[in-house]
Write a protein that binds this ligand. Structure first.
Ligand code: ASP
Length: 258
C-alpha cells in the first residue's frame, strides 16, 4: 500500500495515464495456505481497470476474501469497494503533475502513439511466513498510452501474479507478452526442478525473450529462497526478513532484449 501511495511508482497515486488521460489501475493477490491436515488451499482476488480506489491491492484482497469471484472490473469493482468499506476517491486525486506532464509529452510525440513503450514501474511483492503460507501481489497503473479498457497481466492470475505450494511470483513488464506466456505460472511450475534464481532467469530469457518483450519477475519458493531477474533497463528489489532489510538495483540479464 505504501508503494501504491508513493508517486514514484506506477501504481495507485502516480499511475500512468491512458490515451484519454485517465487512470485505470490493475492489481491482484494470490495466497496459498495449508489446511489443518496440511492440504493446500489457494485463493485469489483481482481488481481490473479501477480508477476510484487509492489502493487497488486492498480492493483485490477484499474481492478474494469477501466474494465468491476472482476478478471484478471497473464500475462493478467500485460498487463492491464501497460495499466492502473501501473509500472511493475522485480519479483525479490519483493523477500527479508528473504523470500529466508525461502524458502531454506523449500526446505531442510524432508516430504511432498506440505502440506500447518500454516504461514500467509496477509494484510487486512475494512473501512466506513461518508456517509456510505464501502470498504474492502486484499493482500497476498499466502501460502508458494504453487504450481505455485495456487490462494487463497485473490483474490476471497466472500472468502477473501466481502462487502454489511450490512458491509464489510477481511480474512486471510488457503485460501483453506476460499474459501470452502465463509468466508467473510458468515460473512457479519451474520451481519443481529449479531454484528461484534459475527459474527467474530462465523464464525471463526463454519466455519473454522470443517476444522481444521487456519484463522482470520476483520469486520466493517454499523453502523461502528468493530469485529475481529482468531484461529491462532497470529493476529495483528489496528483500527483508525478521532481521535484515536490503534494497538494490538488479543488473539486466545479458543477451536478452533490453
Ligand atoms: N505489466 C504491467 C502492465 O502491462 C506494466 C508494468 O509492469 O510496467 O500493465
Amino acid at each position: 500500500m505504501e508503494l501504491e501511495d508513493n508517486a514514484l511508482f506506477n501504481a495507485g497515486t502516480g499511475s500512468v495515464l491512458t490515451t484519454a488521460g485517465t487512470v485505470e489501475m490493475d492489481a491482484s493477490i494470490m495466497v496459498m495456505k495449508r489446511g489443518p491436515a496440511g492440504e493446500v488451499r489457494v485463493s485469489a482476488g483481482a481488481a481490473a481497470a479501477v480508477s476510484r480506489v487509492k489502493n487497488p491491492v486492498t480492493l483485490a484482497r477484499a474481492i478474494m476474501e469477501k466474494t465468491p469471484h476472482v476478478m471484478l472490473a471497473a464500475s462493478g469493482a467500485h460498487r463492491f469497494a464501497r460495499r466492502a468499506g473501501i473509500a472511493l476517491c475522485r480519479s483525479e486525486e490519483l493523477i500527479t503533475a508528473g504523470a500529466r506532464q508525461r502524458w502531454r509529452a506523449r500526446q505531442l510525440q510524432p508516430g504511432d502513439r498506440n505502440s506500447i513503450p518500454a516504461m514500467h514501474g509496477t509494484v510487486g511483492a512475494v512473501a512466506i511466513d513461518s508456517s509456510g503460507n505464501i502470498a504474492a501481489g502486484t499493482s500497476t497503473g498499466g502501460v502508458p498510452g494504453k487504450i481505455p479498457g485495456r487490462i494487463g497481466d497485473s490483474a490476471i492470475i497466472g500472468a502477473g501474479t501466481f502462487v502454489s505450494a511450490r512458491g509464489g511470483a510477481s511480474a512486471t513488464g510488457s503485460g501483453e507478452a506476460i499474459i501470452l506466456v502465463a509468466l508467473c505460472r510458468e515460473a512457479v511450475a519451474a520451481l519443481s526442478e529449479q531454484s528461484p534464481s534459475t527459474a527467474a532467469r530462465h523464464t525471463i530469457a526463454t519466455l519473454l525473450g522470443p517476444h522481444q518483450a521487456e519484463g522482470g519477475i520476483v520469486i520466493v519458493d517454499h523453502k523461502a529462497r528468493i530469485g529475481f531477474a529482468h531484461n529491462a533497463a532497470a529493476m529495483q528489489v528489496a528483500t527483508f526478513d525478521s532481521t535484515d532489510l536490503r534494497h538494490f538495483w538488479v543488473a539486466p540479464l545479458a543477451g536478452t532484449h533490453s
